[in-house]
Design a protein around this ligand. Sequence first.
Ligand code: DGJ
Length: 375
Amino acid sequence: MASLSLIPVLNGNPQGVFRPGEIWPDKNGVAINAHGGGILEHQGVYYWFGEHKIEGQLGNLAMVGVHVYSSPDLFNWSDQGIALPVSCDPNSEIAPGCVLERPKVIYNALTKKFVMWFHLELRSAGYTAARAGVAVADSPTGPYHYLGSFRANAGVWPANTPEGDRKALTAEETALVNARKFHGGPFPNFPHALLWRRDFEGGQMARDMTLFVDDDGTAWHVYASEENSTLHFSRLTDDYLRPAGDYVRVFPGEFREAPTIMKREGKYYLFTSGCTGWKPNPLKVAVADSIRGPWIDLGNPCEGSDDEQKTTFSSQPTFILPLKAKGADHYIFMADRWRPDNAIDGRHVWLPLQFRNTHPVIRWHESWNLNAFEN
Ligand code: DGJ
């Protein structure tokens, strides 16, 4: 791999070291509580947004909100509080006890607003609502104002489906779909060709998600849809607040979730897990010349023991952070080691992501700093 010089963010912080899977204290010495998170880099400061978890299994529900931290160097994080609190109005969609997962924030240069999207499940309804929530703020740390939630792209056919398939389900197809019990994972004869048609009118299911802003400022909402069987790539309006009504289905019937996207040398890379609930499974990466696809599977980018490859180092992806220092070809793979029995004890797994030609590679490091990119 190319030998590259140290990234300037290390200056003045020689002790800076990542310890994947260990408790990571913030500058107050409290474990960073931002799970399923993502990073916004704005004016030289990193902002880490994620799900604030509480102790026990109750912590799998949103009882507090979206936590935000800031850092100049990626190692030392200042607690900036709760960017989007759950609502004290019990009738709110984001009342305590809802599921509010994988929040991501992007900056809109046209409106000068910070826009947060997340996966929202309504209280006491399991994972059936499958909605996208949106909130907006004037400053990166908030407070974020909740705008509402929806299923995506109601009344819009996916752009990459043949004209002949763009039709409502027949009575027979409806009966077939209604007879199935969906649980978020695959089962034999999964009706993956029917679900986007079932959801045409009411909107497409939107669960695990990420946001991606392309070089030209076009933003995409990428989410697990169709009972988790298929990813949708949905272009956002110029203000990033709504779907623009232009989306494609990707890897239909393959059950990929936890999507995260990066771009390098004109190519797009999509990292996903499989769908096994909180349990880890193998990472998959795919590459494309256009964000609309076609996406080509490149297999598992994790190198190491069988177990490390099968479990993505006991974690599930949440975000890829490109380090934008001049000339750098450095990326951090961010993942969650979930602890569903004591959600607050979930761990952050950050690893260096490097390229062997056009293939991404991720290897385990007990501890590492940005010098790791030199090897
Ligand atoms: C896996 C998802 O990636 C998580 O965000 C969460 O939704 C769990 N499933 C719930 O089982």
